[in-house]
Design a protein. Structure first.
Lengths: 320, 263
């Protein structure tokens, strides 16, 4: 039995990711369930393994419901407490997962297009990378790009100077009529941003789903590529500093000019097909997760349920 | 009563009046008006009519001479130049522009703003389809020739009572804005746009965010917004004194794209 725990009151996509894993594992006959942080105490304590979609936001979510201590206590009943990571490991956002207590997590599974480090441990915890593949359901319903999409490109996320400059560059290099939703950084719930269904609707009518890199270290950003490709949009990450690191990934470009050239030379249909084939070739995310879980040391770390939780940033905002 | 309305009837929604108030911005006018002229070309290609109005608020930098030579280069009625006989402030200049607008939908831009010409058509489509009082979209703020941030980049939420994030550079329904009394600056110097937004909210009017980019907002070193001191609590005193938030029937989260619908 695998239990996935997600923050319920902060950013919506963690719940989506938890249910995505659970759905894929259930299809393969693995017993798995997803539960919000504040409801973790209701789960069976005999389960061996809990996978946590953002420890920091789970704690924040439980605290907002007045259940932080219950959440921490419930978490510590699991021998294996695995952080399922979607953050850049070189940022303070990642560090916040450890401010509640280093011993709260026993392992890290990093989900993304590439491993973020060659090290086998981070903060003394075993680190394993899992490719961010499609789920089995997604594999069965992939859309293809077709001409006539009304939105030439879309940039979605939180506002920062880098992204503002990227918007300006897209207008000048690609075309003026792109979709731009970049509100100030804040928790990204269904009403403060776009939920999964709205995002699908937008990407289903968009040619290029573009994002940049405001991190000083190579970081691909989760969710973006599979969301785009599944809806027939072409993912395009513009990363002048680290594009060489991502050379094996077909949609990372050093500049908008390079993206523009690729569109002209290959055509959008071919770019989408290439991206889709790349993702499909990796299999289903549930299988990849099981492989990662199976190869882990099951050693149990010290129980810290009685330790008072340290203070942590309560904003819940995540500049991912 | 405005000139147009006193002549009876509502203005047609088949065009856009581009309104540019100016006060001592001669050095920036050429860039601004060039973008407006380009936008007019794109609108006309899409069978949308266009009028450009520049209201000079008693400039002392020679703007008037420049504006008149510019208007003479274009067909009569295409660029309307209005010279105010005295400096009456931004709100009054915008209200004069509205009163001269031939079309129901007015795109306001300051003299140091720059439109993205191709995108104005989408804003016209959005306001026509939603019948909103205002449709606004992202503005790219440029300071010292460098993009520094986005403005007007969020839908309406209660932070709008604390500080303004929706600039006047947007498309408004001139009939509706006139109906509620137009722009008013007496208690909001340099924040007339904020005052209008809060007034429209109080009047339960639709304010729609279009997730596209309307233009560039060039930050001038000595612009009015930079040099005018303003106590922001004054606005709350008028519009949210009891801190009860939006009127119960006002719907703040209004995001619309003409090709995608409500989001």
């Amino acid at each position: 039995m695998l239990t996935f725990v997600y923050p319920h009151t902060v950013n919506w996509f963690y719940a989506h990711l938890a249910h995505r894993f659970v759905g894929d594992l259930n299809r393969k006959g693995i017993v798995a369930s997803a539960v919000s942080a504040e409801d973790l105490e209701k789960c069976s304590p005999i389960d061996e393994c809990v996978l946590i979609l953002s420890v920091h936001e789970c704690a924040l979510s439980a605290e907002r419901k007045g259940k932080l201590q219950f959440f921490l206590k419930a978490l510590n009943t699991y021998p294996r407490r695995i952080l399922v990571n979607y953050d850049c490991i070189h940022t303070r956002y990642f560090c916040r997962h450890f401010t509640i207590g280093l011993d709260l997590i026993t392992e890290i599974i990093d989900v993304g297009m590439m491993p973020q480090t060659d090290l086998e441990t981070i903060n003394g915890l075993p680190y394993k990378w899992v490719f961010e593949a499609f789920s089995t359901d997604e594999l069965a319903s992939l859309e293809r790009w077709a001409p006539g999409r009304p939105v030439p490109w879309a940039i979605i996320g939180h506002a920062n100077q880098h992204r503002a400059a990227l918007v300006s560059a897209c207008i000048q290099t690609l075309s003026p009529g792109g979709f731009v939703f970049l509100p100030p950084v804040r928790p990204y719930d269904a009403e403060s941003g776009f939920d999964g269904e709205r995002l699908k609707h937008i990407l289903g009518k968009t040619d290029l789903y573009i994002w940049g890199s405001h991190h000083f270290a190579p970081f691909h950003e989760g969710l973006r590529a599979p969301s785009a490709v599944a809806m027939g949009a072409i993912p395009a990450k513009i990363d002048p500093l680290h594009s060489r690191v991502f050379a094996s990934i077909p949609w990372v470009y050093p500049s908008l000019r390079a993206l523009n050239d690729a569109c002209s030379i290959h055509g959008l249909a071919a770019l989408h097909r290439q991206a889709q084939e790349f993702l499909v070739s990796k299999g289903a995310v549930g299988d990849l997760l099981l492989d990662a879980l199976g190869s882990y040391d099951t050693g149990i770390r010290a129980d810290t349920a009685d330790n008072p939780p340290p203070r942590f940033d309560r904003s819940g905002a995540s500049d991912r | 009563m405005s000139d147009i309305r006193s002549r009876g009837g509502r203005r047609p929604d088949t065009g856009v009046s581009l309104c540019i108030p100016n006060w001592n911005h001669r050095n920036y006018l050429a860039r601004c008006i060039k973008s407006a002229l380009n936008a007019a070309v794109f609108l006309q290609k899409n069978s949308v009519k266009c009028q450009i109005i520049v209201v000079d608020d008693f400039s002392r930098d020679g703007s008037q001479r420049f504006l008149f030579s510019l208007s003479m280069k274009h067909p009569p009625g295409f660029i309307d130049v209005v010279l105010a006989p005295e400096n009456r402030g931004l709100a009054a200049a915008r209200n004069i522009a509205i009163s001269r607008a031939r079309y129901r939908y007015v795109c306001f831009m300051d003299a140091d703003n720059e439109l993205i010409p191709e995108n104005l058509f989408m804003f016209w489509r959005a306001i026509k389809q939603t019948r909103a009082a205002i449709v606004y979209g992202n503005l790219i703020s440029v300071s010292n020739f460098k993009v520094d941030k986005l403005l007007s980049n969020d839908f309406i939420h209660e932070d709008i009572y604390i500080e303004n994030y929706v600039d006047a550079f947007s498309m408004v329904d001139a009939d509706r804005v006139e109906m509620i009394g137009g722009y008013y600056g007496a208690h909001a110097p340099a924040h007339e746009d904020w005052e209008l937004i809060l007034h429209l909210i109080a009047e339960n009017q639709d304010i729609v965010f279009l997730p596209m980019t309307l233009g560039y907002y060039n930050v001038s070193p000595l612009s009015m917004i930079v040099t005018t001191q303003y106590d922001h609590t004054k606005m709350r005193r008028v519009f949210d004194q009891r801190r009860t938030g939006f009127p119960s029937t006002f719907e703040p989260r209004r995001i619309y794209h003409p090709d995608l619908g409500w989001l």
